[in-house]
Design a protein around this ligand. Structure first.
Ligand SMILES: [Zn+2]
Length: 560
């Protein structure tokens, strides 16, 4: 838990510069005891909490309204004036701790994993890249703003892209097709602009790699994700596991879906619609969702119920979609205030329930990890973080009648497994595409689109894009991670392997799964991803046959 904060003080570069200089001047002299280093570490930790909190607050505000100029400027100030200063000073302090003559004693006192993390951060730090990272953040936020501000018209109704996409599950085929066509037309109108934004980002990242003396961005991309347990070779083998064990099942499923639809093939506007399963556009009215979620968590576990209630009471959940609000959903912490917040875009569909339970999974971990004093150890790497969120999606199934009638609850459960089945291959597409992009600097737009299509066909067959080749080739533009957080995507598949194991555990013994889940939340980021799997009693995602029994269970449930 953070002890000292300066929430009322304005964060200026001059003040921050002074604060860092005081820490650097206070670095222990030769012969100092470990305790002096520790004291300094905690002072540094407080400063990091403040900066992190300030970043999250400004980012949250910016995402809440893409048209809020003041919020945009406040975030730009953070990116341009604060973060570069903090990054450079953090590197100085980090280096001092890594070179400390009493490092062994510090590792025992503060944790060895912390030092592994500091080492990795230091390895990823290149002074020449600080300015490039500022530009990268600016261009990324441009992507968010363009999409957040986008509106399309469907049958005379003007909608955000998020609301338009929600109509892809509408039972009326004409509505689905109109929604798909309108969003696709928007994508194609912005094809050159999206390529342009991505060009700038890819070029910047390639330059960062060159500055580090590396041939391409892949190793730096992995380091930035904090990955210590695996590299591109393990990820390739993991994608192979998806191709071998999930893709064939998906193919069979799409054939069954076409039969249910009464069509020869599954067309893109039908891909997210499953006859007899779709729950309709307003199955969970947004105004009921918080009370229903409270009911769900009350039934699941008192600890979860308490955290949720505190968030609702504290106004820490921004739930509904509205014009100008940026798309997507996330959880984040205001570390200096000891608060966790979530951001959703609820529109009334069953997908909202998935998103809300997902983001609450992150939030539960955030609250449970608060007693971990080092901010660097509170959140694990995202591949482990997503176990909390995706695991909660599965654990929630048991009490999901808090949101749905018993019949709809059965449908929702089935839909959840279908989502897993369709998600894993799609993740492999996004991941394979990104590796290709960064392994081929200087590629053309046509080559880029061809690489996407090839990855799509390899892992994710079964949707008929005949006559709609442009739509297929530009489908990646919809995926924010590709632009904003390179390589952050396979994490979801790695975590889903953990989440599926929690699901199997819960089917046998719900209390046991709940205990394992809370333990995973409590340890936060004190271990690397494989250490987290181990702590939850879960098999490593990189074991060769890990997919087989899990997919057999999914196939049995779905009857395909
Ligand atoms: Zn997540």
């Amino acid at each position: 838990m953070s002890t000292s904060t300066q929430p009322t003080r304005e964060m200026t570069p001059a003040y921050l510069q002074q604060a860092y200089q005081r820490l650097i001047d206070a670095l222990p002299k030769t012969g100092a005891q470990a305790i002096e280093w520790e004291d300094l570490f905690w002072r540094w930790n407080d400063l990091k909490c403040w900066i992190s909190g300030e970043f999250s607050r400004r980012h949250f505000k910016e995402m809440q309204d893409s048209r809020d100029k003041a919020a945009e400027d406040a975030m730009r100030f953070m990116r341009e004036q604060i973060l570069p200063l903090a990054e450079t000073s953090d590197a100085t302090l980090r280096e001092a701790f890594l070179q400390s003559p009493v490092r062994g004693a510090l590792e025992s006192a503060l944790s060895q994993h912390l030092f592994t993390k500091l080492e990795l951060d230091q390895e990823a730090f290149v002074p020449d890249n600080v300015a490039l990272q500022t530009q990268e953040g600016e261009i990324s936020s441009q992507y968010e703003r363009v999409r957040g501000g986008a509106e399309v018209t469907i049958n005379g109704e003007t909608l955000t892209l998020t609301r338009a996409q929600a109509k892809l599950t509408d039972p009326d085929r004409a509505v689905r097709q109109a929604a798909w066509e309108a969003t696709n037309a928007w994508e194609l109108d912005h094809r050159a602009q999206m390529h342009g934004i991505y060009d700038e980002l890819v070029t910047l990242r390639q330059q960062m790699a060159v500055n580090k003396g590396e041939a391409n961005f892949v190793p730096l991309g992995y380091r930035r994700m904090g990955r210590t347990d695996y590299g591109p070779a393990e990820v390739r083998a993991f994608r192979d596991g998806i191709r071998q064990h999930v893709t064939p099942l998906l193919k069979r499923f799409r054939e069954a879906q076409a039969r249910d639809l009464g069509t020869e093939t599954v067309r893109p506007w039908d891909a997210a619609y499953y006859p007899n399963l779709s729950l309709g556009p307003n199955v969970v009215p947004v105004e009921n969702q918080l009370a229903q979620a409270q009911n769900l968590f009350d039934r699941l576990h008192p600890t979860l119920a308490g955290h949720f209630k505190a968030m609702v009471d504290g106004g820490l959940i921004d739930l509904e979609n509205r014009p100008g609000k940026c798309a997507g959903a996330f959880a984040t912490a205001f570390e200096d205030e000891g608060k966790v917040v979530i951001f959703c875009n609820s529109t009334g569909t069953d997908g909202d329930v998935t998103t809300l339970t997902h983001e609450m999974g992150h939030a539960f971990q955030g609250w449970e990890s608060r007693p971990i004093r080092s901010v660097d150890l509170r959140w694990p790497t995202s591949d482990a973080c997503e176990i909390h969120s995706m695991g909660m999606e599965f654990l929630a199934l048991k009490e999901i009648t808090a949101f749905f009638s018993p019949e709809d609850a059965k449908r929702f459960r089935r839909l959840k497994l279908i989502r897993t089945l369709t998600l894993l291959p799609y993740i492999a597409v996004v991941d394979a595409f990104q590796h290709w992009v960064y392994e081929h600097p200087g590629h053309s737009h046509a080559e880029r689109e061809a690489a996407w299509v090839e990855a799509w066909d390899t892992y994710n067959p079964g949707i008929d894009y005949a006559g709609l080749e442009d739509a297929k080739a530009t489908r990646w533009m919809r995926q924010p991670h590709i632009f904003v957080m390179p390589f952050y995507y396979i994490d979801y598949a790695i975590a889903e392997v953990g989440a599926l194991q929690l699901w199997r555990m819960a089917e046998e013994d719900h209390d046991k799964a709940m205990t394992a889940y809370l333990e995973l939340c409590r340890i936060g980021g004190t271990r690397s991803v494989l250490g987290v799997f181990q702590a939850g009693g879960l098999k490593s995602p990189f074991e060769p046959d890990v997919f087989k029994p899990l997919m057999e269970a999914v196939a049995a449930e779905l009857g395909v």
